[in-house]
Write a protein of this length. Structure first.
Length: 97
């Protein structure tokens, strides 16, 4: 291949790349716009879930306290059983290492 052919091929490739970039620019800009909208929406969703999540956690906590006051022995047995399960799971995970 001669130097002239290489230069012509390089110029053609450069022109093709420029054309592709110009043609893709609107799609890229639209994608960026939509990504920005999605980021804004996800931030709003996270904020609303966070606020509602703390309300749900407070309701669950109140329910646990009410159950414990009504059924102290059952609540104690449940807590001991849950603790035993957690200790067993932790021991099992350590033995796998």
């Amino acid at each position: 291949m001669t130097s002239v052919n290489a230069d012509a091929l390089r110029d053609s490739a450069s022109d093709t790349l420029d054309n592709l970039q110009r043609a893709a620019a609107p799609a890229i800009n639209e994608g960026r716009r939509q990504a920005g909208v999605l980021i804004d929406q996800s931030g709003e969703l996270i904020d609303s879930v966070g606020a509602r999540g703390s309300e749900i956690a407070a309701d669950i906590g109140k329910g646990i306290i009410a159950y414990t006051k009504k059924n102290p022995l059952t609540a104690l047995l449940l807590a001991v059983g849950a603790g035993a399960l957690l200790i067993g799971a932790a021991a099992s995970m350590q033995s796998r290492r």
